[in-house]
Write a protein that binds this ligand. Structure first.
Ligand code: SAM
Length: 283
């Protein structure tokens, strides 16, 4: 079914164009973000400016990445447009380090994300974690619940581990579908992700954590002795005080980090280790 026009724009489904239309929620989000003049703020997907316009009141400039040229055509007519530094690009391919190098300041990234790419985008941003001050995103509720899930929870998965490895994550608002146009089929949540300053976690090689969690969660029903057998013997697991008969969802992030570091040392000190984990390095 074709959507009706909203502010003279036909929302495009493939770009996840569900525009926020509730001003009270907009205001709550601005209060949460709490923008300051000297900060470098970057919005992913400004759309018709629901967040862009009120945020601009606090700033001299705002960086925006928007994939849809029609949207930019719309924004050009707005009074706040001169404050925008616009990149008509795919946020998944954007060079965030360029922005950091230009300003020599950590970046604050925010947006009501297109839900179809939000997980991919967040994991892409983790690759740039060193140049990010914080991230404030509107997400599909299911994605947010996976981000914050703890061991034993049905939502605890590889994304929970990698996300919490990098960031402290808080769910701040729950938002009903009726607050968007067109109305999405899913519920939404507004989330803050702040990179750890003093991280409780450490791994020598993030690719190993990625590989181990990928194998562990590939089949949630499998016990670790089976799912991780290409990396660890039963004896290895016991030595790390991990019960080999547990499932992936019962292992804490600290324990996954220990596994990754144990594997790192094995690879470093053994010429016999012959598995290739590079293919799993994408989180
Ligand atoms: N910020 C607006 C709001 O809250 O009403 C629009 C949010 S809408 C959910 C998502 C926005 O992201 C759209 O403007 C869409 O065109 C844009 N978008 C979709 N995919 C994108 C991508 N890969 N890179 C940059 N922008 C994208």
């Amino acid at each position: 079914m074709t959507q009706k026009k909203y502010k003279n724009i036909f929302p495009i489904k493939k770009f996840g164009q569900n525009f926020l239309i509730n001003q009270k929620i907009v205001q709550s989000i601005i209060t949460i973000i709490n923008p300051k003049k000297k900060q470098i703020l970057l919005e992913i997907g400004p759309g018709l400016g629901a967040l862009t316009k009120p945020i601009c009141r606090f700033l001299e400039k705002l960086i925006v990445i928007e994939i849809d040229p029609n949207i930019l055509f719309f924004l050009k007519k707005e009074l706040f447009y001169p404050k925008l530094i616009v990149f008509c690009q795919d946020a998944l391919k954007f060079d965030y380090k360029y922005i950091f190098n230009q300003n020599n300041k950590l970046i604050r990234i925010f947006g009501n994300l297109p839900y179809n790419i939000s997980t991919l985008l967040i994991t892409h941003l983790f690759q740039n974690i060193n140049i990010i001050q914080d991230m404030n995103f509107m997400l599909q509720r299911e994605v947010a619940e996976r981000l914050v899930a703890v061991p034993g929870n049905k939502n605890y998965c590889r994304l929970s581990i990698i996300a919490q490895y990098y960031c402290n994550i808080k769910i701040l608002l729950y938002i009903q579908p009726e607050n968007f146009y067109p109305i999405p089929k899913v519920h939404s949540v507004f989330v803050n992700l702040t990179p750890h300053i003093h991280s409780p976690y450490f791994v020598y090689d993030i690719n190993l954590l990625s590989s181990i969690t990928k194998n562990a969660f590939q089949n949630r029903r499998k016990i670790l002795r089976h799912s991780l057998k290409i990396f660890f013997s039963e004896k290895d697991l016991v030595q790390l005080e991990i019960n080999p008969n547990l499932r992936a969802e019962n292992i804490s992030i600290i324990k996954y980090c220990q596994l990754a570091n144990n594997l790192y040392k094995k690879i470093k000190y053994s010429s016999k280790t012959n598995f290739d984990y590079s293919k799993d390095s994408k989180i």
